[in-house]
Design a protein around this ligand. Sequence first.
Ligand code: SAH
Ligand code: SF4
Ligand code: F3S
Length: 470
Amino acid sequence: MDKQTTHIPQADIDRQLAYCLEVKEVYAARGVKPLAFVDTYGCQQNEADSERIRGYLRTMGFDFTQSEKEADIIVINTCAVREHAEQRVLGNVGALVHTKRAKPDQLICLCGCMMQQQHVTEKIKQSFRHVDLVFGPHVLWKFPQFIHGLLTRRGRIFQIPDEAGSIAEGIPVVRQGDVKAWVSIMYGCNNFCSYCIVPYVRGRERSRDPELILSEVRELVEQGYKDITLLGQNVNSYGKDLDCPMDFSDLLEQVNAIPGDFLIRFMTSHPKDATQKLFETMAKCEKVAPVLHLPFQAGNDRVLKVMNRRHTREQYLDKVRALKALIPDIVLTSDVIVGFPGETTEEFEDTLKVLEEVRYDALFTFIYSPRVGTPAASMDDPMSREEKLANFNRLVALQDQISEEKHREYIGKTVRCLVDGLSDDPRWALTARTPGNRLVRLDGPSDAAGRFVDVKITDANKWSLYGELI
Ligand code: SAH
Ligand code: SF4
Ligand code: F3S
């Protein structure tokens, strides 16, 4: 494996588990069953990290609550990708001053990507004095030790080592739900797209041992999970740092070979590393869902170059054409940034052309947000906020129209869907997902969650499909 990757020895994780038991005793001595509130911002990587924090908390004897007021420990797992996410975190953390006043023993902990930035942690040190613990993503595995420190010594703890990154295995996990599961296959990113903070806060790419990934998936399938998403910032780079010759397509094939009735998804794919071999593997592996999230960010070659995306629009479109030739019903989704520094409205219109050509089923659209320390943050950005917003609205309107048209193509068809749970919309009992991950609302028995069912699609709009159980 890559020399830079630190593998945390099992003995160190065992020591953390011992801290968990000591923490459990502290709360037992107080005569209370402790409660924790864990709040997660950002991407699935953060969701997966929060599942580990919950795993540690459960080992410490905690139950979980949705109420900040009654929690003995609050953990906020933060995201740094855009300013909006950071502002929400700071607003919510500010408000916790009142809950802490009412419950002085409460421990307030902040972790995640935002905390790996020095200017943020300085601000928290100075202006958010009710926060007890701040730790970066690289030392998440030491969470029990930090909590133990807070309970047994006075003072706040700030642990934000600037390490290249490590891989810690064997941390307990409490998953959200029992149908879908996240499995991290790698951490970090080497791409340094010029607008993006992720490589600075998540460190360099490092791949998990394939055997550990396979045994985790096997275990999930045995437990009844039906929808497994392999996670990484750029899964197409998987294996480049491993000693054994293996790439992401090889890993997909091996996951596909695990016996059982389940779906395999993965995200995110960087277009520059999405290969013909990957598309062929997707086409031949029957458990790999016919869906690809392939962010293109911008449709103009000059903008793509300054973004340091290392692909042109034509190269991107060629890959999409190759994939559609192999899997005609492939569901495609993407990420787009509007208002990158220096992008003109004419250049932005190239983005609209990509939408028209590819016809994504869904799109995640963002207005550019400057991130401290990234190259783009110091580039000239002459376009007004209003103009960016006008372009953004044009983009959303076009995508809404395409999404609705694509969704309406399902009407009259019968699709094998996975029921993922009870609907939040009272007009429908259940929600399900097509293999391509489109949302379906339907009626049916409440115990259907986790089952594959045939659904006849009867209606659709830009957000979702509606159907009847057959
Ligand atoms: N690793 C993934 C996703 C990273 S973050 C990938 O490469 O696609 C998810 C999305 O947030 C990105 O695809 C991008 O569209 C958006 N994003 C990242 N940095 C941003 C910024 N500074 N401003 C606005 N959007 C940003
Ligand atoms: Fe950010 Fe680019 Fe890495 Fe994605 S590939 S995480 S956008 S630097
Ligand atoms: Fe946000 Fe960190 Fe994910 S910055 S998008 S939570 S990797």
